[in-house]
Design a protein around this ligand. Structure first.
Ligand SMILES: Nc1nc2c(ncn2[C@@H]2O[C@H](COP(=O)(O)OP(=O)(O)OP(=O)(O)O)[C@@H](O)[C@H]2O)c(=O)[nH]1
Ligand SMILES: [Mg+2]
Length: 400
């Protein structure tokens, strides 16, 4: 699973990326600081299954934060930070298509918007820019990119009178799999537009554009990180964005604040867990450091209930993509052969079954599945059992 970080130049994409991954990357106030994409690992927060059993887990990937209210598990997800996108990118403006191709494998996008209105549509310093415009243009550019791919290949199958629905889905899927538009996305889009029965010859230009738009919604769903909320001009703009786009997920964010807190944690001058509403100072701090951190506390954490960065990642995976955490474990023991507890946590699409889980772990486990056990309830479950968030599952299968 991969999450793409997108937006116009200077919106704060690389700052958000660096805050989430602690990878050092170039960040600066001039447009097109990033050219080659940055890849790294971020983490989403889930309730650790060890809490149910009163044990402390030892994650093999990610990490655990022990808290009285319940331990929190940070599960890794791949992030990609790409070059800035300007209006006309799908026609080659700015860094154009190169940038777009870097996003091909993303399953969802975090759109970083400069909510302060202090940068224009090309990322240059200004004041009073309306960030609502950025929300619209970015989605349009991605949809135009998809439209271009559809149109480029249209001559290959667009003349065909293909009568069979399944064949048409297959052709479209071959056409669009390179940008991870899958068959189920295509089928949903066709159904939504009511053009399942139309042969390709009957498709109008409008059908093609609408189809690209629907494919974008299903294959690259977007949440909006309304960034730079630490700046005074952002508050009013964020309110306006939420009013203008009530159907969108819009989260007030300060990537710069999150980065400062994460760096200070690394330097051991404070205790802060990503996603928390507060931090604790420790060690020797000079006045300037103290003042900077107190400003973050007052202007961001207290005002918005956090920096929004962790929330953006969590919501992308858990709400927008609808994934749930599933833990392999056993009724006899939750430990692996090295004595470590609940070492793995996998993210599975809501609606996945016990059999899907077996296949995800190993083809042999799926092929030789006998039954499974819900370790929390100790009940036997069949292959059709629909997994629930936080389930601990023991698989019983014939050894091949
Ligand atoms: N005040 C404030 N400034 C921020 C925030 N996030 C990023 N910035 C600043 O915005 C500028 C651009 O940040 P980058 O992270 O380089 O932006 P980008 O979107 O990656 O830009 P390109 O790579 O050029 O597309 C830098 O000067 C950052 O310090 C924030 O939350 N608050
Ligand atoms: Mg950048």
């Amino acid at each position: 699973m991969q999450v793409g970080i997108v937006g116009k130049p200077s919106a704060g994409k690389s700052t958000l990326f660096s805050a989430s991954t602690l990878v050092d990357v170039a960040m600066a106030s001039y447009p097109f600081t990033t050219i080659e994409p940055n890849k790294g690992t971020g983490f989403i927060r889930v309730n650790d299954a060890g809490n149910f059993f009163n044990v402390v887990s030892n994650p093999k990937h990610g990490f655990l934060v022990e808290k009285e209210s319940g331990n929190i598990r940070y599960v890794p997800v791949e992030l990609i930070d790409v070059a800035g996108l300007v209006p006309g990118a799908s026609e080659g403006k700015g860094l154009g298509n190169k940038f777009l191709n870097d996003l091909s494998q993303a399953d969802a996008l975090i759109h970083v918007v400069d909510a302060s209105g202090m940068t224009d549509e090309e990322g240059k310093a200004t004041s009073g820019h309306d960030p609502c415009k950025d929300v619209i243009f970015l989605e349009k550019e991605i949809e135009l990119w998809f439209l271009k791919i559809i149109e480029n290949n249209w001559s290959k199958f667009g003349k065909s009178h293909e009568k069979e629905y399944r064949k048409r889905v297959e052709l479209l899927s071959q056409n669009l799999s390179g940008v991870k538009i899958l068959e189920n996305h295509i089928e949903k889009a066709l159904k939504k537009l009511g053009i399942e029965e139309k042969s390709f010859l009957e498709w109008t230009d409008e059908d093609k554009m609408n189809f690209a738009t629907e494919c974008r919604k299903y294959s690259k769903p977007i949440i909006i990180a309304a960034n730079k909320c630490d700046l005074p001009s952002a508050e009013e703009n964020i309110k306006k964005m939420k009013e203008t786009f009530p159907e969108k997920t819009i989260i007030a964010c300060s990537a710069a604040s999150e980065l400062a807190l994460r760096k200070a944690t690394k330097q051991n001058i404070l205790t802060y867990y990503p996603g928390e509403k507060d931090f604790e100072l420790k060690g020797e701090l000079n006045d300037k450091q103290k003042e900077g951190l107190e400003t973050i506390r007052k202007n961001v954490l207290q005002k918005f209930g956090g920096t929004g960065i962790q929330e953006s990642l969590d919501k992308t995976i858990l709400n927008v993509l609808d994934y749930i955490p599933i833990f392999p474990g056993g009724v006899k023991t939750l430990k692996d052969k090295n004595g470590n507890t609940l070492v793995d946590c996998f993210l599975m699409k809501k609606g996945s079954t016990a059999l899907d889980f077996a296949y995800m772990l190993h083809t042999d486990m799926g092929d030789n599945f006998i039954r499974a056990i819900n370790v929390k309830t100790k009940k036997i479950i069949g292959k059709e059992y629909i997994l629930q968030s936080g389930d601990v599952i023991e698989l019983i299968f014939n050894k091949p």
